[in-house]
Design a protein around this ligand. Structure first.
Ligand SMILES: [Zn+2]
Length: 102
């Protein structure tokens, strides 16, 4: 009985003994490492998805819900400035439209 593992390279077909990478073409052939890499990739994707979900909640909203009142206040100011900019932008658009029409 021997505990050596003989793995056939999926890339070039060469049989390798106790190797993680193919001796002929350097293709990764260790089933353990392939499985580990797959698992770590799945984990990374899950982390990215979680971050993406968190980022959907806007920065200003996060500030406005902040427990510390100064940060909350700052959030409200940013929110007001953002609203004001939208109103000004709307007014400018309206003004340009009126000038163009007049
Ligand atoms: Zn190979």
């Amino acid at each position: 009985m021997s505990s050596t593992s003989h793995i056939k390279c999926a890339n070039c077909g060469v049989f390798n003994t106790d190797r993680e990478y193919c001796e002929n073409c350097n293709q990764l052939i260790s089933h353990t490492i392939i499985r580990q890499e797959k698992e770590s990739k799945t984990k990374q994707r899950e982390i990215k998805e979680t971050i993406a979900k968190l980022e959907k909640q806007t920065f200003v909203d996060t500030l406005r819900k902040h427990p510390f009142f100064l940060v909350k206040f700052f959030g409200w100011i940013l929110h007001s400035v953002w609203l004001l900019l939208n109103i000004i932008g709307g007014l400018i658009a309206w003004f340009v439209a009126m000038v163009a029409a007049g």
